[in-house]
Design a protein around this ligand. Structure first.
Ligand SMILES: C[S@@+](CC[C@H](N)C(=O)[O-])C[C@H]1O[C@@H](n2cnc3c(N)ncnc32)[C@H](O)[C@@H]1O
Length: 291
């Protein structure tokens, strides 16, 4: 079975993760190339995530689904030479970029470990804080992921995750998805299907999962994080370079068919043009808790 067919179905978790790994390995460079745009977009969310996870000088931090390390470098800066950060990810290719980005930035307190976030093999109770920026919603079993982070934290250790909120608050994602599905002749999908971009945006769900995983004092805050770019096309260039489900759906079409879908997305996304450039609405959920 290929990666492209797997993610279309409520997949077997192993097939699903193999497909994720393949796709992120392939898109690693594209994601990293857009790191400036991503860091600008997520600046406020990242600062808030680190505050809520009590990341400070000397902390030992587990960074789950770290990608090419945008937030890892922020942690490395905050924790300083007395602290450390372990960046983990399912995709070896994207994690290699995190490692080289850390090296180039001169950080000696960053280590990396290729690991499925649902089963992170680190010493139990060995971290002060755990963070996960835009990764948890991609796990087929996010509860398992939270249990894995819970195990890694010392008693009293803090966690904060960032995920997309619900469809009404993320219309750009809705436009991308509905246009891609229409062009691929596929039926509308349940946005809360596990592993989907907005799967943890279902009101109340993420708090419930945190509590089930054994965390205490769980609180979720929503944060406006609009994309501010010169045009809708710039946004689509970013989407096209990452391992989004949109790429996976359109990957089944011929190139002219794909181009027709991208053109329609661009036309629909132009509704967010403003005199100050293109501003795509986007809402995130920050969930924080203690072990
Ligand atoms: C949207 S990117 C976010 C990367 C980074 N945290 C950031 O904000 O720039 C999602 C990341 O989740 C990783 N990922 C997906 N499923 C995973 C899993 N089961 N375990 C660990 N990482 C996973 C992907 O490889 C990818 O690097």
């Amino acid at each position: 079975m290929t990666a492209q067919t797997v993610l279309n179905k409520p997949a077997d978790p192993v097939d699903f993760k193999n497909a994720q790994r393949e796709q992120w390995d392939r898109s690693a460079q594209g994601w990293d190339t857009h790191s400036q745009i991503i860091n600008d977009w997520l600046r406020q969310a990242t600062d808030a995530m680190l505050d809520l996870a009590s990341v400070r000088a000397g902390s030992s931090v587990l960074d789950v689904a770290a990608g090419s390390g945008g937030q890892t470098l922020e942690v490395a800066m905050r924790v300083g030479e007395q602290g450390r950060v372990l960046a983990t990810d399912l995709s070896p290719a994207i994690l290699a970029l995190a490692q080289s980005n850390a090296r180039q930035a001169g950080f000696k307190n960053v280590q990396t470990l290729v690991a499925d976030g649902e089963d992170i093999l680190v010493e139990p109770a060995s971290f002060d804080a755990a963070i996960c920026r835009l990764g948890l919603m991609l796990f087929p079993n996010p509860l398992q992921g939270l249990r894995s982070m819970h195990r890694a934290l010392r008693p009293g250790g803090a966690i904060c995750t960032v995920v997309f909120s619900r469809p009404e608050r993320n219309p750009c994602l809705g436009i991308l998805m509905s246009t891609a599905l229409k062009h691929a002749g596929q039926p509308v999908r349940d946005p809360f299907q596990p592993g989907g971009l907005m799967s943890l945006g279902k009101p109340g769900l993420i708090d419930e999962l945190f509590n089930k995983a054994g965390f205490q004092h769980t609180t979720t805050t929503s944060l406006d994080a609009p994309f501010r770019l010169p045009t809708a096309r710039h946004y689509l260039e970013f989407v096209r370079s990452s391992a989004s489900p949109i790429q996976q759906i359109l990957g089944q079409l011929s190139v002219p068919e794909q181009n027709a879908a991208w053109a329609e997305m661009e036309e629909r996304l132009e509704m967010f043009n403003t005199p100050d450039g293109w501003i795509g609405p986007n809402e995130l959920l920050l969930t924080a808790a203690k072990r």
